[in-house]
Design a protein around this ligand. Sequence first.
Ligand code: FAM
Length: 437
Amino acid sequence: TKSLRETMKEVIPPKQEQLKKLKVEHGQTVVGDVKVDNIIGGMRGLKAMLWEASVLDPIEGIRFHGLSIPDCQKVLPAAPAGKEMIPESMLWLLLTGQVPTAEQTKELSRELAEKGDLPKFVEDLVDSFPRSLHPMTQLGMGVAALNHDSQFQAAYEKGIKKSEYWTHTLEDSINLIARLPALAARIYRNVYKPGTELAGVQKDLDLVGNYSNMLGYGHNETLTEYLRLYIALHGDHEGGNASAHTAHLVGSTLSDPYLSYSAALFALAGPLHGLANQEVLRWQLAMQKELGDKISQEDIKAYLWKTLNSGQVVPGYGHGVLRNPDPRFIALQEFCDSRSDLKSSPIIDLVNKTFQVAPNVLKEHGKTKNPYPNVDATSGCVLYHYGLTEFKYYTVIFGVSRALGCLTQLVWARALGLPLERPKSLSMDALTKIIKQ
Ligand code: FAM
């Protein structure tokens, strides 16, 4: 069977040809207009970025190299004793556009475990942070510090050909993904369980098997399986979202993958993006506390209106692109439905009940373009159910996941020789001048 590197060497030349052809034959073809609304509206809907691994359809949701989430759940290999697709098989798909075999997936798991230990100075750095420093700040700083060992940076300093950039970018990306569980678990231990022992990386476990074990949940196979699904599902969501776009922008300066992904993590840390999952749980628990045990649809409706009337957003609802319930939300709901303990969990029940009411309330409210749940409407609840109740940590798990897509695109950006990103900005006066012309 072919290795990941051999597969990449095969799939890159046809893509380079495709890009060359696009440039030569269609370089001047118009694919859309730029409206003033796009410029002042956060560039919504503007087709202005190349992103190979996934495309987001407003109705169908995300597709990874053409495969929908249910497709991926059918074909992507699971952990040896598990059923859910694992991040390794998703990473292989994102990078190569091909579905890996069980053997290829296992080999990637083995490689990641082999490379999973943190350098001592990063352990010391993370241990020196105050416990009160937000876990996302710690993660971003830890990832940036890992660039001490960047192969790309070392090779660039020595002087390498542009055509070789991608190989070093790939090595850095694999090393970074391998080290994320140990880094993220160390942050969890330091902040929430200080003084307890931290398990080491086990060479025979898959990436999330190790992560769950280091978090102290290795004994809980359902939670470990959930984390596998969650981390595989969140791996990529097109290029325009804030974290992916940040990684791409920073990477386009030829910053190494560690620095690029560190920057992406700080975008993920914003409440309108990755921090939403912590907000959802806080909000649902406050609802539970206020409304008590027997909550009716009318109660939920009134609570939703109270949130909206106080000028706040309903966390976990709405999306920059999606205009339907997020298929990632559906996949996580199905996971819960298939396990009796989760099905009867009060917090998961409340998420379900909210889903039955919220879209109509949001439609009536009339502001959001998408009244349906996004993935964050449910993602934290299973963690909460199994005792991983530290909300502030949830975005870190998202951050372990999103590395798959952001780093894949960095490899492709280097393989395709994409240039420095540099859009044109305008002042309002300059814009007005153009309008008057
Ligand atoms: N509750 C109340 N109002 C909402 C809303 C919600 N869930 N979602 C959007 N709106 C409002 C929005 O604030 C805006 O109001 P103003 O015109 O007064 O500024 C209006 O509806 C139009 O917004 P939109 O075009 O529908 O959404 P955007 O593309 O601007 O924003 C989100 C998208 C996700 C930031 C937005 O829907 C939101 O704030 N949702 C709640 C937070 C959340 O769940 N974020 C998670 C996103 C997730 F996918 C992720 O990145 N992890």
